[in-house]
Design a protein around this ligand. Structure first.
Ligand SMILES: [Zn+2]
Length: 931
């Protein structure tokens, strides 16, 4: 092979930067910009040389390809059609990295046979080769992408998605799934399909094949799952005084927000609540956390037969019901307390929505009361996909007592009726007193004198839901990047989730723009629009349970975006290995509200809830992931409350979540209310829709980098470091619970050290491999002033800028380490690489094999935390590194089983056992990294 090198290489290398001086001879200035007008004389000279060049190149390449097709017969080294495990890598590198070196390396050749092969197996769905599959190196792709998302388009998308109520399983929800399918088809350059086309029942051959055999087929489709859900029928709350007080349980129609007329489309109720008609005395139980019930029981409150009033906040709503039913209560009312609203309150002189940024008094927070920390998804099929004919169980993760949400307007008379009864809330702690003092409420625990009558009538049954899905095939089809957002809303969902759906649409448009230019990602991208997230992460969980094995084999990351904009603070949470990727993308995208600042720098623009809460109440009421944000990467761990949960916590796939949320200085966001409307977004949430766009840009960059970086942008060294913080946290907890002397965490500490050591070595390996690849890839020769440079700029006046960008350094994974750097360096002079010789191709493939090996280690790292047995009392959750806290629900608990052995079981022997399992898991992770 090497003997042929000379024949293919030198002709182009003769014209590298050493041959300066042509410009002086020709009297032509250096071709540094594309805008210079060419003179007729120059045209002539240049054309003459171009013809000569073309002839020479043609001969050289002709020779070269002959040589390859004739001389290289084993499929292992076949130039175009490498079917080995590095085939995809090679095709990716060849198209993205060797553009000039291998001009015939276009779609017709790349993977052509591969595709036809699959055509025979999969029918009924269009897929076509995109025309002009030329190379677009990763950095150029980013630049093209970033030009697409814009405020106008994103606001129009949001308007489309929020002009009707579309809770999961409704007719309008189906319409939204079909509409989105058509929008994505259009954005990705596919034919618009009919409503029944590419609509599959989950579990059907078509649906299964679309994932398991369809990663090389571009397309959009809908999967239908059949979970158990409930729909509201009737509800009432009556205080049996004389005269009785009937709670309104209805949000007001507001003249300033037309969409509020749709309030009755989804009456106020709790998703997955059970029907019940109960009466009894009632008690106020603060936030309704497990510890609040424990405290009140210690103080002699008997909850048997009582209805409990609790305020929203501090933990997931379903867990309040769980704590109440375990304490013996018969019904629960969860009310919105303006104390949770930060500074934009009526008490501080602000007018309520829509006149001002304060809370609308009639607003109600709907929401699921699923026992999310037990397991998410369809209550009737834990661990299994909810197919139409699935075997089902009853109860599962649903409450057994009825509950209703309530506005603060409605709850005032109930709280006032408790005044002077039982314990004064202030005696129990600052966080027992809510924010209705301004409305004359003095909080007391009760019990009440009069009875309360609560009726919750829901219709619970199997209801279909629809996930809209898409595949953008990459050169590599067994490494898949998944990006999901949920589409179902409690009512209109202008923030939750459709700000995210609109941002996702901008990202799909950006990907479409790239595809139109002939781009093909290195890795395959799967896009998901989940349904029924609001009922309990149902669409994503059922899908993940459906394709669990495939996911564990093929998924490299899961990227989530729920709301993209509900306030002015940017936030991100992720697996520690993805933290730097997210952070650097957010640092590189400038805020479109103020171009002197990055998106990342807006983290506390509207203040920090933790700081505000500490100042106000003197302690934190709920989640404690602040430490991780401060000590670690600045990106906290993932708890639950959105669709990353099944991917991360059951299947061990590195995951992330991001968007703009509210801070204490922001206008009040009417979460899960009719007032989460387009008008609210326009007037208060994201005036000008900048944040929707910025979130799309950050998320898009993360997606592109995960898909296009030759080495997966997963940082196990950061993970190792964060594990050390997780351990510190556990040590603190052991100290606080006075159990530190009864437990030995030294082996765990050593295991963490060994992960850090192995990861550092892997970092060295990956950098060496990349260096080798850079050296082997044809090195661009500088064309400045050269013969070819002149031709290049003349022939490609228009495409010049793109091409100049295209020839810049191609593979660069240093970005995750980069703190603050320009996204794309200013366009350089055009470069022209040499042709690789067949011998070099072989060497390149050898390095690619090495890189693939490194990527596999990175990809499977996270799954090292999976424990076969799962976490005690919630075996569905298998990740021993992070889980939603058993009594938190949204918030992350790191080293959950170990932590809760202290905080919940107070059992040092159990803690020791858990520490040993963790030590074992983490030691194995270290071994696999250094294998
Ligand atoms: Zn949501």
């Amino acid at each position: 092979m090497t003997s042929h090198r000379e024949a293919t290489e030198p002709r182009l290398s003769d014209y590298d930067e050493k041959n300066v001086g042509i410009e002086q001879i020709d009297g032509l200035p250096a071709p540094t910009t594309s805008t210079r007008p060419a003179t007729p004389r120059r045209h002539f000279q240049v054309a003459r040389r171009f013809i000569l060049f073309s002839l020479l190149t043609f001969l050289a390449l002709n020779q070269f390809t002959k040589l390859l097709s004739g001389g290289v017969s084993s499929s292992d080294t076949s130039f175009y059609n490498d079917q080995t495990e590095v085939g995809g890598y090679w095709r990716g590198v060849a198209t993205k990295g060797l553009r000039y070196a291998v001009p015939r390396f276009d779609t017709a050749n790349i993977g052509g046979e591969h595709h036809h092969d699959h055509d025979r197996h999969h029918h009924g769905h269009e897929h076509r080769h995109l025309p002009g599959h030329t190379s677009i190196p990763p950095k150029v792709a980013e630049k093209i992408f970033l030009d697409v998302p814009n405020n106008q388009s994103v606001s129009e998308a949001l308007r489309r998605y929020t002009s009707y109520a579309h809770p999961a399983g409704s007719g309008w929800d189906f319409v939204s799934a079909v509409n989105l399918k058509n929008e994505w088809e259009q954005a990705l350059g596919l034919r618009s399909s009919g409503p029944e086309e590419h609509l599959y029942d989950a579990g059907s051959h078509e649906s299964q094949q679309r994932i398991k055999g369809g990663m090389d087929k571009m397309g959009v489709w809908i999967d239908t799952y059949y979970p158990v859900m409930n729909k509201p029928v009737h509800a009432s709350v009556t205080l049996l005084t004389d005269p009785p007080f009937h709670a309104k349980l209805r949000e007001d129609i507001l003249p300033g927000d037309e969409d509020s007329q749709l309030r009755d489309e989804v009456p106020v109720f709790h998703g997955l609540s059970v029907s019940g008609d109960v009466s009894g005395k009632y008690v106020y139980a603060g936030y309704g956390r497990k510890q609040d019930f424990d405290l009140l029981q210690e103080k002699g409150i008997d909850f048997t037969g009582k209805i409990v009033l609790v305020k929203y906040g501090a933990c997931f709503r379903g867990l309040k019901i769980k704590a109440a039913q375990e304490a013996g209560a018969v019904g629960v009312i969860i009310f919105t307390d303006p104390e949770e609203d930060g500074e934009s309150t009526e008490e501080n002189g602000y007018k309520p929505y829509p006149e001002g940024p304060a809370r609308q008094p009639s607003s109600v927070q709907r929401g699921s009361v699923q026992f999310i920390s037990k397991y998410p998804g369809d209550p009737s099929t834990p661990g299994e996909p909810a197919y139409k004919n699935a075997t089902r169980l009853e109860g599962g993760n649903q409450p057994s007592i009825p509950s209703l949400p309530m506005s603060y307007e409605d709850v005032i008379p109930l709280l006032k009726a408790l005044e002077g009864k039982g314990i004064h809330a202030g005696d129990l702690g600052k966080d027992w007193v809510g924010g209705l003092g301004f409305h004359g409420v003095d909080y007391f625990v009760g019990p009440s004198e009069a009875d309360l009558h609560l009726v919750n009538d829901v219709n619970t049954r199997v209801i279909p839901i629809w996930n809209t899905m898409a595949v953008i095939p990459g050169h590599i089809t067994d490494e898949v990047v998944i990006f999901g957002n949920h589409r179902d809303a409690w009512v209109l969902g202008a923030s939750d989730p459709n700000s995210g759906t609109a941002s996702q649409y901008e990202i799909v448009r950006g990907l479409g723009a790239l595809l139109k230019k002939g781009w093909k990602p290195l890795r395959t991208i799967v896009l998901a629009s989940w349904d029924a997230e609001e009922y309990g992460l149902i669409g994503s969980t059922e899908w993940a349970e459906d394709f669990g094995e495939w996911l564990q084999e093929n998924a490299v990351v899961y990227l989530n975006m729920d709301s993209s904009a509900s306030g002015s603070n940017f936030h991100a949470s992720a697996s520690p290995s993805l933290a730097n990727l997210l952070k650097s993308a957010a640092q590189q995208v400038e805020s479109s509200l103020d171009s002197s600042r990055s998106v990342y720098s807006t983290k506390y623009d509207a203040g920090s809830w933790e700081a505000w809460q500490l100042e106000k109440a003197g302690s934190l009421t709920g989640d404690y992931d602040v430490w991780a944000a401060e000590k670690g990467s600045g990106v906290g761990p993932l708890g639950s409350g959105s669709d990353f949960t099944p991917f991360l916590q059951r299947f061990g796939i590195a995951s992330s979540d991001m968007g703009y949320g509210g801070g204490p200085k922001d206008p009040v966001y009417h979460y899960h209310s009719i007032y989460d409307s387009f008008t609210w977004q326009q007037k208060y949430g994201d005036v000008g829709f900048h944040r929707h766009t910025d979130a799309a840009k950050v998320m898009g960059l993360v997606l592109l980098r995960a898909a296009d970086s030759i080495i997966l942008p997963l940082n196990t060294t950061q993970y190792g470091q964060d594990l050390a913080y997780y351990l510190e946290k556990v040590e603190d907890i052991a100290k606080d619970s006075k159990l530190e002397s009864k437990i030995d965490l030294s082996s765990l500490s050593k295991a963490i050290d060994s992960v850090r050591g192995a990861s550092t070595n892997l970092d060295i390996e990956r950098h060496a491999a990349l260096e080798k690849l850079r050296e082997l890839l044809p090195r661009p020769g500088h064309l400045k002033g050269s013969f070819f440079g002149n031709i290049h700029s003349w022939c490609n006046a228009e495409a010049h800028k793109d091409k100049a960008l295209a020839s810049m350094q191609v593979w660069d994974d240093s970005k995750e380490q980069v703190e603050e750097s320009a996204l794309v360096a200013p366009p350089q002079l055009p470069h022209l690489p040499r042709l690789p010789s067949p011998g070099k191709v072989k060497d390149i493939k050898a390095v690619l094999k090495e890189i693939r090996g490194i990527n596999k280690k990175l990809q499977y790292f996270e799954s090292g935390f999976l424990s076969e047995k799962g976490i005690k009392d919630r075996e569905w959750y298998r990740h021993k590194g992070t889980a939603p806290g058993l009594w938190l629900g949204y918030g992350a608990t790191t080293f959950p089983a170990l932590t809760e052995a202290f905080t919940i079981d107070h059992d040092p022997a159990l803690a020791q056992k858990e520490a040993e399992e963790l030590t074992d898991l983490i030691s194995k992770m270290a071994q696999r990294l250094s294998a």
